[in-house]
Design a protein around this ligand. Structure first.
Ligand code: ADP
Ligand code: MG
Length: 319
């Protein structure tokens, strides 16, 4: 059994990322961080709780990766450049091997963005973890949920539905090669940081798809005072998803499943043709619908009829 301070030291060693804007990091009462001139701070926090966000027994390196990935995804949706993170850990035991695994997964993803772990808090209790992440945008350049305009084209990066399909495969104990790919997408999602940066000055509005496409695009619609129409036939589906589920189930995962961490965004029609080229190196982008006058999200099914999805997303406090 390790002590609290040994755990923190192991985390510090494993995640070290030299940055000159970090004046003081782990080891004092608080971190001291220097903002680049002319920029605004973009801050977000995401939590994962055992049994709610991940299955008991999930490998610690997958947790370290995913916790950071969900946070990076929020910065990506704002078009922010990641810089610093703070980590809140609640652990049932002071387990050095667990910490080493967690730190390895966290550090793998952090290194891609030179993201520094600059502080946090460590307590005993049921397994839960939070990251508060900080990044920058040039002043005024953050992409928000409230800028969508009637006539905008709706896009999504990458492919949709793999995360939720992966969870379904995990529950069904499916082990085949396609299921493995879906499980990997669920455990180690790719945050679309580069896509978010490329969309600054291009997208009117953006959100990351964490709770399901229809629900998350609904947040853009509510914030922007508009409606949206989606074409189910246009949804980008991965080969692994199509091979593992029938077409209707695959599209249901893509519309209402969570855990994709792709970006859904709205661009003026005049620059829609340039978007797939702009994002070719950052996961690609697919046109899936349009912004219309009105409220809410409507989905045109593959047969042309309007779909009424019973369950449109994930709400922790839904009855
Ligand atoms: P304090 O008692 O002053 O709040 P702590 O003893 O909790 O300080 O933490 C000591 C140092 O270790 C602080 O700099 C804190 O930011 C850092 N720290 C604690 N837990 C973590 C963690 N899980 N990840 C990163 N840094 C941590
Ligand atoms: Mg203190």
């Amino acid at each position: 059994m390790a002590g609290e301070f040994e755990l923190i030291e192991r985390l510090r060693q494993a995640t070290r990322q030299p940055r000159e804007d970090v004046r003081l990091d782990i080891g004092d009462d608080a971190a001291v961080l220097a903002m680049p001139p002319g920029h605004e701070l973009v801050a977000a926090l995401d939590t994962m709780v055992e049994g709610t966000h991940f299955l008991p027994g999930t490998a610690p390196d997958a947790l370290g990766w995913k916790l950071l990935a969900t946070n990076l995804s929020d910065l990506a949706a704002m078009g922010a450049q990641p810089a610093w993170a703070m980590l809140g850990l609640t652990l049932p035991r002071a387990d050095a091997a667990w910490i080493d695994g967690f730190a390895r997964g966290f550090a793998q993803l952090a290194a891609r963005y030179r993201l520094a772990l600059v502080g946090g808090d460590t307590t005993g209790g049921p397994l839960a973890m939070s990251v508060a992440i900080h990044g920058f945008v040039p002043a005024g350049a953050a992409i928000t949920r409230h800028g969508a305009q009637v006539g905008d084209v709706v896009f999504v990066t990458g492919t949709l539905g793999d995360g939720a399909a992966g969870l379904s495969c995990a529950r069904a104990l499916r082990q085949d090669a396609h299921a493995q790919l879906l499980l990997e997408r669920m455990r180690r999602p790719t945050p679309r940081v580069e896509a978010g940066l490329a969309l600054r000055g291009v997208a009117h509005a953006c959100i990351d798809v964490s709770d399901g496409l229809v629900q998350d695009l609904g947040h853009i619609c509510a914030a922007s005072g508009v409606g949206a129409e989606l074409d189910a036939a246009a949804l980008p589906l991965s080969p692994a998803l199509c091979a593992s589920f029938d077409d209707a189930a695959a599209r249901r995962f893509a519309l209402a499943g969570g855990d994709d961490y792709e970006l859904c965004f709205c661009v003026p029609a005049a620059c829609a043709d340039s978007v797939p080229v702009l994002l070719a190196e950052c996961g690609g982008a697919t046109r899936i619908g349009r912004i219309v006058a009105g409220t809410g999200v409507r989905v045109r099914d593959t047969d042309g009829a309007w779909l009424k999805p019973a369950r449109l997303g994930w709400d922790h406090f839904a009855p």
